[in-house]
Design a protein around this ligand. Structure first.
Ligand SMILES: Nc1nc2c(ncn2[C@@H]2O[C@H](COP(=O)(O)OP(=O)(O)OP(=O)(O)O)[C@@H](O)[C@H]2O)c(=O)[nH]1
Ligand SMILES: [Mg+2]
Length: 472
């Protein structure tokens, strides 16, 4: 038999006598009592609107309270956890307060830290659930079970910040709107204000928490209380003597506002609904509705599905395998793309390098040409220089020869002069004026070559004399 067939075959049977499983609810109660309970409240409201006072009044204690400044640059959330006990029931209560809500000039992002806080608590729970070794039985569940949204008692209408924030949160948390400091608004105005708020919430599609009607024992009271929303509350931990009793109240010169008097405000209604009647439903709604939605979205985001496109059920293993194949295909695709890009880049680089090589080759050829031209110019110059040098050498040899000849001639002449009484009057003998040619053979030749040769020889002679003199 398949499981389905087995289920279909179940049929009621009557018991012949007492078995004992009727004690199951008691077992559950005892187990819950021994485990203790956990409840988390988020208070959203402007700075100084009365959040802390209301919490103190609700739980009849003094929680740690810090007065917030109005100059916070951004909205923050402060969570404090307390262990409370009433009779034999232990309650781990976490009170989360907004700090600096609505104080910034730009209120657009005021809700974001609140949304992030709620999501973070869901995420922690999901991570715990997904662990291989889970320990949910002793896990400190920090998911927000109830959100008290404090509305300013303006008597006018909701602020856009209120509507935007509640709209952003209504799928994540059970919102219970309350009109704060309700003693500052008259009875008739309060009535109109409540109606206005509810109609604004409905017209803007904001889903607030509705007290459940499925449990017959509380359906009636819950129906009535749903009609009183939003609750107009007054908070005070101050005790004032009224009649012969001490009651929590706020005392004014003109009278006393009693917190627990239902004719004065809705504080008792709120306490009844929040703590006495619907605390477990708030916890359950958080788990089955809000957390479930978060979990579903998150798992879908991660690619997990219950059915395939043909609506056939898909197991976790199949989803994982499909996801793995998808991932590998994607990886392969990206690898191919990368390879193509790489090849393309290499081609581009090669073309670039070839272009650069061509340019360099061109420049090299040009330089080579310039170099060859310069070389041939230099060779021409060198040749000319060699020619000059050889002609100079020749001239120098001729001059040396002439010099030698003239020295010989002059030596002979000197001898002749000495013999003929020629007196050297100065260091350089005046060949033109002091010594006149005496014979025909002494006369200078008139041919041009002889003339130039004469000039050169004269110069050489003159120089030789100077050298000669300096040597002497
Ligand atoms: N008239 C009136 N005053 C209240 C009420 N509740 C609180 N207050 C006063 O409002 C002031 C601020 O109250 P808190 O409870 O500290 O306000 P809060 O919202 O916790 O302030 P922060 O934490 O600083 O943002 C105090 O002077 C309270 O006495 C109320 O119901 N009616
Ligand atoms: Mg406070």
């Amino acid at each position: 038999f398949s499981l389905k067939e087995t289920c279909c075959r179940t049929r009621p049977l009557s018991l012949a006598g007492h078995v004992g499983f009727d004690s199951l609810p008691d077992q559950l109660v005892n187990k819950s009592i021994s485990q203790g309970f956990c409840f988390n409240i988020l208070c959203i409201g402007e700075t100084g609107i009365g959040k802390s006072t209301l919490m103190d009044t609700l739980f009849n204690t003094n929680f740690e309270n810090f007065e917030s400044s109005h100059f916070e640059p951004q909205v923050k959330l402060r969570a404090q956890t307390y262990d409370l006990q009433e009779s034999n029931v232990r309650l781990r209560l976490t009170v989360v307060n907004t700090v600096g809500f609505g104080d910034q000039m730009n209120k657009q992002e005021s809700y974001q830290p609140v949304v992030d806080y709620i999501d973070k608590q869901f995420e922690s729970y999901l991570q715990e659930e997904l662990k291989i070794k889970r320990s949910l039985h002793n896990y400190h569940d920090s998911r927000v079970h109830a959100c008290l949204y404090f509305i300013s008692p303006s008597g006018h209408s909701l602020k856009s910040l209120d509507l935007v924030t509640m709209k952003k949160l209504d799928s994540k948390v059970n919102i219970i709107p309350v009109i704060a400091k309700a003693d500052t608004i008259s009875k008739s105005e309060l009535h109109k204000f409540k109606i206005k708020i509810m109609s604004e919430l409905v017209s803007n599609g904001v889903q607030i928490y509705q007290f459940p009607l499925d449990d017959e024992t509380v359906a009636k009271v819950n129906t009535t209380m749903n009609g009183h929303l939003p609750f107009a509350v007054v908070g005070s931990t101050e005790e004032v003597c009224v009649g012969n009793k001490m009651v929590k109240a706020r005392q004014y010169p003109w009278g006393v506002v009693q917190v627990e008097n239902e004719h004065h405000c809705d504080f008792v209604k709120l306490r009844e609904m929040l703590i006495c009647v619907n605390m477990e439903d708030l916890r359950e709604q958080t788990h089955t509705r809000h957390y479930e939605l978060y979990r579903r979205c998150k798992l879908e985001e991660m690619g997990f599905k219950d059915t395939d496109p043909e609506c056939k059920p898909v197991s976790l293993q199949q989803t994982y395998e499909a996801k793995r194949q998808e991932f590998l295909a994607e990886l392969q695709k990206r690898e191919d793309e990368m390879r193509q890009i790489f090849v393309q880049r290499v081609k581009e680089k090669e073309a670039e390098l070839k272009e650069a090589e061509r340019e360099l080759q061109g420049r090299f050829e040009q330089l080579k040409r310039v170099h060859a031209e310069q070389k041939s110019t230099l060779e021409d110059k060198k040749r000319l220089l060699d020619e000059d040098q050889s002609s100079f050498n020749k001239r120098r040899a001729a001059a040396q020869l002439l010099q030698a000849q003239s020295l010989t001639v002059n030596g002979k002449k000197d001898k002749d002069r000495k013999n003929s009484g020629f007196i050297i009057t100065s260091g350089i003998p005046s060949t033109s004026s002091s010594v006149a040619p005496t014979t025909e053979s002494d006369k200078p030749c008139e041919s041009p070559s002889c003339q130039s040769l004469k000039t050169v020889s004269e110069k050489i002679l003159c120089t030789s004399f100077m050298v000669f003199e300096s040597v002497m």
